[in-house]
Design a protein around this ligand. Structure first.
Ligand SMILES: [Fe+2]
Length: 296
């Protein structure tokens, strides 16, 4: 079977690459779908979301739910897009949907040190890069209940586009970043010992269904890259690629009632400022599967 992600199969790659670049959106408007209520999609709304996710690995939605903090909005939307298994995490609420807010961190105390729960910028990453392979995050819904007074924008880049740009520059970059020990998350220690074991893994991998998965963070602390020259060169090339917007890098800000449904694409977040009336609150749901046409 032909596999575009096999470095030896240049014909399959060329065909897939051409098709991908022909259809890849270059404007954020191209991935925006207007919904009424994400909890109850019409057939047309659902088809439009699935089409964007199939083409670009992501869709942005608007909806008429501004002001509604119901967690069923992201959860119900996910179910209709085939997203079934929520990734539970030691920082998520019991229902595995995380409220991402600064205030939440203050209330809980323990979250303060984690950048997602601050107003600071977050560098390029895919979600769950520190997870064990059995808990790989392939799908995600990010729903905005309230945006900040200013800032809090996202850049988005389909990881398949990042793969193409890197492979076109030098296939050796892909080879190095596909090694099982390319990127290691050091163990996390707490007062009782090792709270999480060291987590080595590839940046690029292909799942059982032939889809490309990317595991990455541009953070330089708490990351150990393989020390050889090939890995170091590949990591530098990827960081350089992400440092400047590509023609396919999408940019925007989620406003109340809006959200992102995606196959865990590359994204970042700018810093933001809040006022008492405009405190940023997003719900984040991470899933072990990709968006599929089969609702659960
Ligand atoms: Fe993220």
């Amino acid at each position: 079977m032909s596999n575009p992600f096999d470095l030896a199969d240049t014909a399959a790659y060329a065909a897939w690459r051409e098709q991908k670049l022909d259809s890849a959106p270059r404007r954020i408007e191209d991935i925006v779908v207007a919904l009424d209520d994400p909890r109850a999609l019409t057939a047309g709304e659902r088809a439009a979301l699935l089409e964007r996710c199939a083409t670009a690995n992501m869709a942005i939605y608007t909806s008429n739910t501004a002001g509604d903090a119901d967690k069923e909005i992201p959860r119900g939307l996910g179910r209709q897009l085939g997203l079934a298994h929520l990734d539970s995490h030691w920082l998520t609420d019991d229902d595995a949907i995380s409220p991402i807010s600064v205030r939440g961190a203050e209330e809980r105390g323990e979250r303060k040190e984690f950048i997602p729960y601050t107003d600071k910028p977050i560098k390029w990453h895919t979600d769950g890069y520190y997870n064990i392979p059995e808990r790989t995050v392939r799908g995600m819904v990010l729903h905005c209940v309230q945006s900040a007074a200013s800032g809090g924008e996202n850049q988005l880049l389909d990881h398949e586009i990042a793969y193409i740009l890197l492979r076109d520059e030098n296939p050796d970059f892909i080879r190095a970043l596909s090694r099982d020990d390319a990127m290691t998350i050091p163990p996390r220690l707490d007062e009782t010992g090792v709270a999480r074991a060291a987590q080595p893994g590839p940046v690029f991998s292909v799942d059982a269904d032939g889809f490309l998965h990317m595991r990455y963070t541009a953070r330089s602390i708490s990351i150990e890259w393989r020390a050889d020259a090939a890995t170091q060169a590949a990591v530098a090339a990827l960081a350089k690629l992400l440092a400047t917007p590509t023609p396919w890098t999408l940019h925007g800000r989620l406003e109340p009632g809006m959200g992102l449904a995606c196959n865990n694409v590359l994204h970042d977040r700018s810093g933001f400022t809040e006022t008492p009336q405009k405190r940023r609150l997003l719900y984040r749901a991470r899933y072990h599967e990709r968006v599929t046409p089969f609702p659960v």
